[in-house]
Design a protein around this ligand. Structure first.
Ligand code: SAH
Length: 440
């Protein structure tokens, strides 16, 4: 079955016509100048209320509406702080486009298809997905497609609007409208921007979150002789303008509610916000149909201290010059699976290499190479393929995890009793990209 599926995915991938490959983005950085005001903001907060949870620190540093790192910067790309798979190669987003279409088909080709992306960065992934949609228009038929972007950063939402709609978007500022920007793609598809997932309208949706969950605030907990204690951020009493970690002297609400009773590690990171989002995704998928694809670096509840900063493609001390560097933590897929609950089916995580190979990346590469005679572009194509799939690069560090409507994995029903007409319900189409089929 799986082989058949791979062939199907390969075929779909091979159908895609050739488009020039976008390898490395080249937009200039918006200037990553450190706002010392972020440090001032944090120290006055700590002076007023006492040491703050790591989750609050991370939320303030990354998404404070005025001074947050994501709110102020364009950090993606060779000249920014980090580079992501959709920015490395168009093939990445194209294969996700094929996956979305295949899930839409698996769901019985509903009339409406909402593509919802969480944290779309520059909008490259969405743009590659939409290109596939327009190339596979004959497959999508008359389905009405709309794009919904959940983005906190005004700076990045403008960049996304530029990339996806050219100048066909406007700010929407009606008071009771959760949409803060609206536009239309070249092909006339409606695009809407929201601050929160909760604001996205109900309806059959495929959700994509690439390098999004790792940016959500984490709580940190340390096992001590007296039990679990939350790690907090405080001002160093010896060096007034410097922050340091401290361990809370007494239990906090978070330390009593977020650590599992049978936890065996000594140090744990939990993104309660990530958990809530997965619950919302699961509820939407159960109620309205659809699927979610969560792609990130992470582990299955085994790692301990993964909180780190990135600045100019280098590791950066998480407490030094806050607001000038990206902060991130590995995603705990076990935790996400637990929070998704039993009502939704979970697949994965599988490695990026496995997923992309199952989706036919090799065939797609051959098509692109066959149509490209320029030696330097060929070299770039091969090196970006290597970057995405090499186990020592992104191939095994990144994982694909999916939430699906339970009917997508339902076993075919056995005919009951002796009936004249023995009609078995057909097995659902296998889920592309994942080789291992598991129930939540
Ligand atoms: N998916 C893109 C960008 C990853 S960076 C890529 O892979 O290239 C993280 C993205 O999530 C940015 O667009 C950032 O502004 C957005 N983001 C971070 N925290 C968010 C939050 N709490 N709510 C909505 N968007 C958020």
């Amino acid at each position: 079955i799986i082989n058949g599926l791979v062939v199907e995915a390969n075929r779909l991938a091979a159908v895609l016509s050739e488009t020039p490959s976008k390898l490395f983005c080249s937009s200039p950085p918006d200037g990553n100048n450190t706002p010392p005001s972020m440090l001032r903001h944090l120290t006055s907060k700590i002076k007023a209320t006492g040491p703050i949870p790591v989750a609050e620190y991370m939320r303030e540093v990354l998404t404070n509406p005025v001074k947050g790192y994501y709110v102020r910067n364009n950090m993606l790309g060779p000249e920014g702080d980090f580079i992501t798979s959709p920015e490395i190669s168009q093939i990445f987003g194209e294969l996700i486009g094929v996956w979305i279409i295949s899930e839409w088909m698996g769901a019985g080709q509903p009339k409406q298809l909402q593509l919802v992306e969480l944290g779309p960065g520059k909008g490259s992934l969405a743009s590659d997905v939409l290109r596939v949609f327009s190339q596979l228009q004959s497959v999508l038929g008359g389905a009405s497609v709309s794009l919904h972007l959940v983005e906190v950063s005004p700076a990045l939402s403008l960049l996304q609007a530029q990339n996806l709609t050219g100048n066909r978007s406007q700010e929407a500022d009606a008071e009771d409208d959760p949409v803060y920007r609206r536009g239309e793609t070249d092909a006339g598809l409606p695009v809407s921007w929201y601050h929160r997932l909760d604001d996205v309208p109900a309806g059959f949706s495929v959700f994509v979150a690439h390098e999004f969950f790792d940016a959500l605030p984490i709580h940190k907990f340390q096992r001590t002789e007296k039990g679990w204690r939350e790690v907090l951020v405080d001002i160093d009493p010896e060096k007034p303008d410097t922050l340091r970690f401290v361990v809370a002297p007494a239990p906090t609400l978070a330390s009593t509610s977020l650590v599992q009773a049978d936890e065996t590690r000594d140090h744990v990171e939990v993104s309660a916000e990530g958990g809530v989002l997965v619950q919302q995704l699961a509820r939407r998928i159960i109620e309205d149909g659809g699927a979610a694809l969560i792609i990130d670096y992470g582990h299955n509840g085994t790692k301990t201290d993964t909180f780190r900063g990135f600045k100019g493609h280098q590791l950066h001390d998480v407490l030094a010059s806050p607001g000038s560097a990206d902060l991130t933590a590995d995603v705990d897929f076990n935790y996400l699976r637990r929070m998704a609950g039993g009502g939704v089916a979970c697949l994965g995580p599988v490695t990026q290499r496995t997923f992309l190979k199952n989706m036919g990346i090799d065939t797609r590469m051959q098509v692109l190479l066959r149509n490209c005679s320029d030696p330097s572009t060929r070299k770039q194509l091969i090196s970006s393929y290597n970057m995405l799939t090499n186990p020592a690069k992104m191939g095994e560090r990144f994982h694909f995890f999916s939430l699906l409507h339970p009917s997508r994995l339902a076993k075919p029903q056995k005919p009951e009793g002796l009936k004249l007409e023995k009609k078995k319900s057909p097995a659902p189409l296998p889920v592309a990209g994942f080789t291992e089929l598991k129930f939540a």
